[in-house]
Design a protein around this ligand. Structure first.
Ligand code: ADP
Ligand code: GLC
Length: 463
């Protein structure tokens, strides 16, 4: 099949989180299954990363287009540049300008595809940034091409006051809305995608169930329930060529999954790098610092955890200023016990996930979550909240049966998290128990090779 992915992120070209990893991992896996997979994304004025070659920019359909590929092959990338999308390297501006930028991107995506001499069998659009595409496609030369919309995070819906959008966007959107939506003075990009895509998916079965409920549906539950069987949850996968201790391109010390002394060396190096004393369990966190991720719960729990346990903490993240400031303050007053690095650092993310004993994810909601899947591959035990994809992928360890791959806690508050971490730290102190839970985590397989087959079946169903 000829499959076209349309997305704001694609690793490693443009990444702020798991969306980029999911796009690249799924595209690679489908391409390995023999499909002709291409992905269209904005270039944001960034240079191509090492390992990629690209054509010279060519003017087409009102934008500049570069065709790029990894030197060793794989999916073809259509990288779109324009002044209106922006060329200063930033993926999201986080304000009203994003409405115009991703409107422009969606329009350009369709115009570019119409101008190519390559015709997709399916358009696979991702998140609100590309969710106008299935709607706009209905009134274009691609009207007969099926479209799939994947919701990676329904917390971001592309909601804008009509007046902040360019006039051509306002009229095109109004033409696609129903009467009730048209009567509002705001628009919601994601809603149009949900209404018009041939099939809507999200990134775990658990999150699909949650999104159908008024409590957790973020105002989309009615629309999604209406889609019936055409709204499905498919769990994300992992690209184990990037996230495995034996092949991790970012680790200076690689180790086999059965070699606990190798993992210990990575932990020692990490503690040295971060100025932490390495004589105790190390708890890692790699996260966007936003409400969704419950990092405020971690901040609230840390004073008690530092007082009651001997754990060390290695935290990497960027996001809300108050969280960064509070974490920096805690690090300053607990040197050797807590290290915080703000910013985005791919290599350090790999080292923390690989070198920690525990990885904490106290998310309020989590569509899938990838870091817990990565962690298990390195024998790092995830401590996660029972929600969405976290609940689908981590099972709570039961010392009576010896089954379970991590620690799952229920309540989205500091006490819930303290219970989760102290429970897992208790396992760590018992060598036999710890060996068992680590062995269980190492055994799980969430490879894209398997998950991509589900998408393949879905594409066939949509056409
Ligand atoms: P989300 O997409 O909601 O942020 P996921 O768990 O799906 O959550 O994916 C997060 C991805 O982003 C992982 O690859 C993780 O390593 C990466 N990541 C998050 N924050 C940072 C950071 N500050 N530096 C480097 N990588 C990060
Ligand atoms: C989103 C979600 C995350 C998911 C990722 C990839 O960013 O927050 O849970 O893993 O997309 O699908």
């Amino acid at each position: 099949m000829r499959i076209l992915m349309i997305s704001a992120e694609y690793a490693p070209l443009a990444k702020t989180g798991g969306l980029a990893d999911a796009l690249a991992g799924l595209s690679d896996a489908l391409s390995r299954r023999g499909h002709d997979v291409r992905a269209l994304l904005p270039g944001y004025g960034r240079p191509l990363p090492p390992g990629y070659v690209g054509s010279r920019a060519e003017r087409i359909a009102g934008v500049e287009l570069r065709v790029a590929q990894r030197t060793e092959g794989g999916p073809t990338l259509f990288v779109v540049e324009s002044d209106e999308i922006g060329r200063d390297g930033r993926i999201y501006l986080g304000d009203d300008r994003d409405g115009a930028r991703f409107w422009r991107f969606s329009r350009a995506a369709l115009d570019v595809v119409a101008a190519l001499d390559w015709h997709p069998d399916v358009l696979h659009c991702h998140d609100w940034h590309a969710s106008l595409v299935p709607a706009l496609a209905r009134r274009s030369t691609l009207a007969a091409t099926p479209s799939v919309l994947t919701l990676h995070n329904a917390g971001y819906q592309g909601t804008f006051a009509r007046g902040v959008l360019p006039e051509d966007a306002q009229s095109a959107i109004a033409a696609l809305e129903d009467d009730a939506s048209r009567a509002r003075d705001w628009v919601r990009f994601l809603e149009l995608g949900i209404r018009h895509a041939s099939i809507v998916t999200t990134v775990s079965p658990g999150y699909a169930r949650e999104l159908r409920t008024p409590e957790l549906g973020m105002g989309l539950d009615g629309l999604l329930r209406k889609r019936g069987d055409d709204f499905v949850g498919i769990l994300n996968g992992v690209d184990y060529s990037l996230w495995d201790p034996e092949s991790d391109p970012y680790l200076s010390t690689r180790f086999t999954r059965s070699d606990s002394s190798g993992k210990r060396r990575v932990k020692l190096e990490l503690c040295g790098e971060l100025g932490l004393v390495d004589d105790a369990p190390l708890v890692g966190a790699v996260s966007r610092l936003v409400e969704q991720k419950g990092i405020d719960l971690l901040v609230a729990a840390l004073p008690e955890l530092l007082g009651r346990t001997r754990a060390r903490f290695a935290i990497l993240g960027s996001g809300e200023a108050w969280l960064e400031a509070t974490l920096a303050g805690l690090a300053a007053s607990h040197r050797e016990r807590l290290a915080f690095r703000s910013g985005y650092d791919e290599a350090l993310a790999h080292r923390i996930i690989a070198g920690s004993d525990l990885l904490v994810m106290p998310s309020r909601y989590e569509p899938c979550g990838l870091t817990q899947l990565y962690a298990m591959r390195y024998g790092t035990i995830p401590v996660v909240r029972k929600t969405g994809g976290l609940a689908d992928t981590v099972s709570h360890f039961d010392s009576a049966t010896g089954k379970g791959t991590g620690c799952v806690f229920e309540h989205a508050d500091a006490q819930g998290l303290i219970w989760g971490l102290t429970t897992a730290l208790g396992w760590y102190e018992d060598e036999g128990v710890w060996r068992r839970v680590v062995a269980n985590a190492l055994q799980v397989d969430f490879s894209w090779t398997r998950q991509s087959a589900e998408y393949e079946a879905l594409y066939r169903r949509s056409s």
